[in-house]
Design a protein around this ligand. Structure first.
Ligand code: GLN
Length: 494
């Protein structure tokens, strides 16, 4: 029998349905792979092998009883530790939530369990999803399964969904949930040679997802290929009355409609994304991507997104502003950590708890956020950033009058070594240069693995689509995937 851990979502689901193997065998194989790898990769904060086995047993029993099976039946997955999971510690990789065990289940995770998926464990991430390398986790860095040839220096798996990307790339999970506020599904997918899609803002409920920047946060799937992403997104998406920004739209059958035939489609190449001094390998893979989409029948057109250069500063005002407000609830009263020094009053408890519980990057964002929202600076920063956000969104709507999808790199470089950018927040923020514009505009965007750089590390290509047009994004992603034929995988060292 093939190694079950080599299989993705569709292959596992279909194999379980036809009886080629049982869901219990699949869960056991992945539980074993997780146990073997996790000390080295640190991808999971907690593992839940019993939850995976229990879900698998339910699916096996349903199959035996001839009951209809869900879209994810028998597929064990990793759950980013930003999703509240009933009875299982949920921390957002922060000390301030250590030991917090929710009484409720997030809508997205509940939908996945209803669809027959099981939970392998809670995946590590950047603290409160703030970061691009996983180095801000209070539970230690995730280590990418990838290495440069002849070099054992640990590499970043990307962030903030770095536990998710590392687990899928190392084949200790066939798929994982991610969340993307400014690129946290796409950039880690690109760094580790996997696929991931951030759907249109509002497609996936934010209910029960620890909030970072509520006007940007979106959940999405991370998996080995485009088809698996489409299947998993169908299970995750859908209207939720508990989230006031949830889209009240039916969930299309994206996986059934997938087509890599792009005849009649127009693809835009944004000239502002071609940065001076761009990494030569990133530029080469982008050019190859353009040729692949032409080969798939698309017409390629140069477009302009003139406000792109303001996207990073806009994002790094709006996201911290919203974070400072969202994170005000961690005060030692209701959740997790409480630091109550002897004889201290309420204010002292707030200060001591927040000082002890939040990491440096989280504190930096809270400080920036409260500053840009302060009475003296609100108009200069926050109001201005909101106006520029509107202009960035307008650039996209104008571009989508001419083209159906946009093709760009996902990240400006391949994975960097841990420690390489961690002392320089601005260098770290620059990683998000290609991913934040689609986030600010709320558009669906996906990364697919497209090639390797000169060090043998994966590079991703990003497809950005019109609001609600996940199908267009997935179709172009599939056309790229078929032509890139990316088959590289990290050599096992763990
Ligand atoms: N790297 C970006 C940040 O640090 C994006 C994070 C995310 O999408 N959650 O904010």
């Amino acid at each position: 029998m093939t190694d079950l851990t080599d299989l993705g979502v569709a292959a596992i689901r279909d194999g379980v349905a036809t009886g080629a193997f049982t869901a219990t065998e699949v869960a056991t194989a992945f539980n074993t792979a997780v146990a073997e790898a996790n000390d080295a990769l640190n991808a999971f904060i907690v593992t839940t092998p019993d939850a995976a086995l229990a879900a698998a047993a339910r699916v096996d029993a349903m199959r035996a009883a001839g009951e209809p099976l869900g879209k994810m039946a028998g597929v064990p997955i990793g759950m980013k530790d930003l999703f509240a999971t009933q009875g299982v510690q949920t921390t957002a990789a922060s000390k301030i939530l250590e030991g917090f065990t929710p009484e409720y289940e997030s809508t997205v995770s509940a939908k996945l369990w209803d669809a027959g998926a099981g939970m392998l464990g809670k995946l590590n991430l950047d603290q409160f999803a703030m970061g691009s390398s996983n180095e801000t986790s209070a539970f230690g860095n995730v280590i990418s399964p990838w290495r440069r040839p002849g070099d054992t220096a640990p590499l970043a798996p990307g962030g903030s969904s770095g536990g998710s990307s590392a687990a899928v790339a190392a084949r200790i999970a066939p798929a994982a949930t991610g969340t993307d506020t400014g690129g946290s599904i796409r950039q880690p997918a690109a760094f580790t040679g996997i696929s991931g899609i951030k759907p249109t803002y509002g497609r996936c409920s934010r209910w029960g997802v620890v909030a970072f920047a509520s006007s940007l946060d979106q959940a999405g799937p991370m998996a080995r290929d485009v088809t698996d992403c489409a299947i998993m997104l169908e299970a995750m998406a859908g209207f939720d009355p508990k989230d006031s920004t949830s889209l009240d739209l039916p969930v299309p059958e994206w996986s059934a409609a997938l087509s890599s035939d792009l005849r009649g489609k127009k693809v835009g190449i944004p000239r502002e994304y071609r940065l001076d001094g761009m990494d030569a390998d990133v530029a080469r893979v982008w050019d190859e991507g353009i040729a692949w989409l032409k080969d798939a029948g698309a017409e390629v057109i140069d477009i302009s997104l003139p406000h792109t250069k303001y996207a990073l500063p806009t994002y790094y005002i709006i996201a911290p502003a919203e974070a400072s407000s969202n994170l005000a609830r961690y005060d030692g009263v209701r959740y997790g950590l409480r630091d109550l020094p002897q004889g201290a009053g309420l204010q002292d408890m707030y200060a001591a708890t927040r000082a002890a519980g939040f990491g440096d990057e989280v504190k930096r964002r809270i400080l920036i956020g409260t500053y840009v929202l302060s009475a003296g600076f609100y108009d200069a920063y926050y109001t201005q950033a909101q106006k520029v956000r509107t202009l960035i969104a307008r650039d996209f709507s104008q571009a989508f009058e001419q083209v159906d999808v946009i093709l760009a790199p996902t990240a400006p470089t391949a994975a960097f070594a841990l420690g390489e950018n961690s002392d320089d927040p601005l260098a770290m923020y620059l990683n998000d240069v290609f991913s934040v514009p689609a986030s600010l505009a709320g558009l669906p965007a996906m990364s697919v693995p497209a090639g390797l750089d000169r060090n043998g590390l994966p590079l991703g290509l990003q497809v950005i689509g019109r609001a609600f047009d996940e199908q267009g994004v997935l179709d172009a992603g599939l056309a790229l995937e078929q032509r890139a034929a990316f088959s590289a995988r990290p050599a096992k060292w763990w």
